[in-house]
Design a protein around this ligand. Sequence first.
Ligand code: B12
Length: 212
Amino acid sequence: MSQTLEKFKQAIVDGDADGSVTLSETIVTRADATAEQIIDHLSAAMEEVGSRYETGEYFIPEMLRSAEAVERSLAVLEPYLFERQQDQSGVVVMGTVKGDIHNIGKNIIVSALKAAGYEVHDLGVNVSTTKFIDKVRQVDADLLLLSAFTTSTKPAVLEILSTLEDEGLRDHLKVISGGASHSPEFAREVGVDGFATDVKSTLAVCRKLLSD
Ligand code: B12
C-alpha cells in the first residue's frame, strides 16, 4: 500500500486529478491504509506544492490543479476516511475567515466532525464577522471553528473575537482556530480557547472543550 500512497501523493503534486482519483479508488478497494496515513500523504503533497510555490517553481494555476486533484480524490475517499461514529454531540459553526479562500483543510475537518456526530454549520470561505456572529446566535453554537490559512488573516480573527465579546457571546462559546500558517503562538496571541493542526487533534480539542 505504501507505494500506492506515494503514487497518490505524487499525482496530487503533479496536479494529475484523473490519476489521483484512480489511485483513491485503489486505496478504497484495498482498504489497508489508515485514514491518518491517507490524510498525511495528502497533506504532505500540498506541503510540497506550497514549497514549490514559494521557490517560484509553481504558480497559482499549478496550486489550483493540485487543489482540484485533492477535491476530486476526497469525493471518492470521504466515506472511507471518516467512519460514522455519532457519539459526540454539540453544535459547531465553521468557516474560513474573511480575506481567505482556502477550503481543503476546512472541508476535511467539517467531514470529520459530522462523522463524529456533531451538528456542523459550514459557512464556506471568505466569511465576514457578521455572518459568523449571526450563525452562532441563530443555532446557539457551542463551538466556533475558524480556518485561517494566510498570516494576513490575523486581523479578521481578532475582529471576530472582539465582536463576540462585545455582543456577550463569548462566555458560553468556545473558539478554536487552525489551518496552514497557524501556530500555537498565533493562537495564544489572538486568544482563542483551542488550537489544532490535524483531524485527530481537532477532534480531541473539541471533545475536551465541550467537557470542560
Ligand atoms: C492549495 C493552496 C491554494 C489554493 C486553494 C484552493 C482551495 N480550494 O483551497 C489557491 C490557489 C486558491 C491558493 C491561493 C492563495 N494562496 Co495558497 N496555498 C495552497 C496550499 C498549497 C495548500 C493548502 C491545502 O489545501 N493544504 C492541505 C490541507 C489538508 O491542509 P490544511 O489546509 O493545513 O488543513 C489541515 C490543518 O491545517 C487542519 N485545519 C484546517 N483548518 C482548520 C480549522 C480549525 C479550526 C482547526 C482546528 C484545524 C484546521 O486540518 C486540516 C486537515 O489535516 C498552501 C501550502 C500549505 N503548506 O498549506 C498554500 C498557502 C496556504 N497559500 C499561500 C498563499 C500566499 C496564497 C495566496 C495569497 C497566493 C496569491 N499570491 O494569490 C492566495 C490567497 C488567496 C486567498 N485570498 O485566500 C501561502 C500562505 C503563506 C502565509 N503565511 O500567509 C501558503 C502557505 C503557500 C506558501 N508556502 O507560500 N492557495
